[in-house]
Design a protein around this ligand. Structure first.
Ligand SMILES: Cc1ncc(COP(=O)(O)O)c(C=O)c1O
Length: 412
């Protein structure tokens, strides 16, 4: 007979279910994700605060930036502000010399407020109002993404003379945990037409961009995309005398979640090889727009167990409800796409549980198909630490669904 830890968790004190031995995986281990120093720093702050909240160790963001620039020494980094727009991150990356990929006038205002000069910015969203293009142009931004004729014509009117790059569709959607294809980008022929039209409209046809999908775990996705870009470069030169100058390779580099991904070193070696194969000595300017890989690992989301229950006396699985959920920062668990490592200080035999958020929406379930191994003695009031949550959490958090406030965040 196994006894469950929490005396007040009455639903949890049902008889032990069979087949628990089949559930072998460990819950997340600190040392796989954080140095002892870093985790102790995060924990020291966490112990003084009421859950839920995110703690971000900016030292890890600093390291991630150094790592990327060291591995791609000739690339220009445009941090994708959407991943985490906190002033602390913007200031840090500004001081380190980063450029910024901006998605809206609001992000633009934010980075300008922090003293970033407009020549370090790119308006990377292909979906934008004409008046927003003008807003960017008036503030000095001269680099714009596009993937449609209507948008390009708007850019020509509202940002005359600007540099434009065409975003192409990429394959590899199924190997990215958070795909971005279909909605953004256009076919090769369309990209070629757009670059020719850009020239005819008095703009500077500057380059081609792609995004292979966020948390892209198949490095081969870059191979196909770079080959595509190379053929567009060649055709534009031959067919229209246009010499493009730049490839914007977007983001896609991984955060450290539970699904295995290669080291950044392997990404860098392979992608550099693909570029050499296709461009040889004639290497264009390379832009990278990392979001997730810059900030994900630096964040730990600290939550508390609100309730543990079983749905029937004979249920094989317990439900663990926490005080964070899909609407308070964990939206990337949609379709169970991003699988965050979850750590608890409780030790002991594990059982796979369904894990869900606190709101009155039945979509607010983080993991049901991919159940999470957590100790049987986990009890109401225990803390759960969601590792690698520095990206796409605070910025996605609802402002008052069910009255819950947006996710708090502390930057150390
Ligand atoms: C245009 C653009 N660039 C860069 C990024 C950042 O990608 P990632 O978080 O995969 O690094 C995104 C993500 O949505 C994007 O839309």
């Amino acid at each position: 007979m196994v006894f469950y830890a929490s005396p007040d968790n009455r639903a949890g004190s049902m008889p032990k279910t069979p087949n628990r031995k089949a559930v072998a995986p460990m819950s997340a281990q600190i040392e796989d994700y954080y140095s002892p120093d870093t985790f102790n720093r995060i924990k020291a702050l966490a112990d003084t605060q009421e859950t839920p909240f995110l703690v971000v160790d900016t030292g890890m963001v600093d390291e991630a930036y150094n790592d990327l620039t060291q591995k791609f020494p000739t690339a220009k980094i445009y941090y994708a502000v959407k991943a985490n727009p906190a002033p602390e991150i913007i200031n840090l990356l500004k001081d380190k010399g980063s450029n910024f990929d901006i998605a809206s006038i609001y992000e633009l205002d934010r980075v300008l407020e922090h003293g970033v000069s407009p020549d370090r910015l790119s308006y990377g969203n292909t979906i934008k109002k004409s008046k927003d293009i003008r807003y960017f142009h008036e503030r000095g931004v001269r680099l714009f993404a596009t993937d449609s004729e209507a948008d390009l014509r708007n850019i020509a009117k509202a940002a005359p003379g600007a540099k434009v790059y065409a975003r192409v569709l990429t394959e590899g959607t199924h190997t990215a945990d958070w795909p971005l294809s279909r909605k953004f980008g256009c076919q090769n022929d369309m990209a070629i037409d757009l670059m020719i039209l850009a020239r005819d409209l008095g703009l500077v046809p500057y380059g081609i961009s792609f995004h292979v999908g966020s948390q892209q775990r198949d490095i081969g996705a870059w191979d196909a995309a770079i080959a595509k870009v190379s053929s567009i470069f060649e055709r534009l030169k031959l067919e229209a005398g246009i010499e493009l100058k730049m490839i914007n390779m977007g983001g896609g580099f991984p955060g450290a979640y539970t699904m295995r991904a290669h080291e950044l070193q392997t990404y860098a070696e392979e992608i550099t090889r693909f570029l050499r194969e296709d461009f040889g000595e004639d290497m264009p300017e390379i832009i990278l727009e990392p979001g997730r890989s810059m900030v994900a690992n630096a964040g730990v989301l600290v939550s508390e167990v609100v309730l543990i229950s079983r749905k029937a006396r004979t249920s094989l699985h317990r439900w663990v409800f926490t005080d964070v959920g899909k609407f308070s920062g964990l939206i990337e668990t949609m379709d169970e796409a991003i699988k965050y490592p979850i750590y608890t200080e409780k030790q002991g035999e594990l059982e796979e549980v369904v894990i869900a958020g606190p709101t009155c929406d039945s979509a607010d379930i983080m993991y049901e198909d991919n159940k999470v191994p957590l100790p049987l003695n986990l009890a109401i009031g225990d803390r759960l630490y969601w590792f690698s949550t520095g990206a796409y959490t605070t910025s996605y958090s609802a402002i008052e669904f069910n009255g819950f406030p947006p996710l708090k965040a502390y930057y150390i």
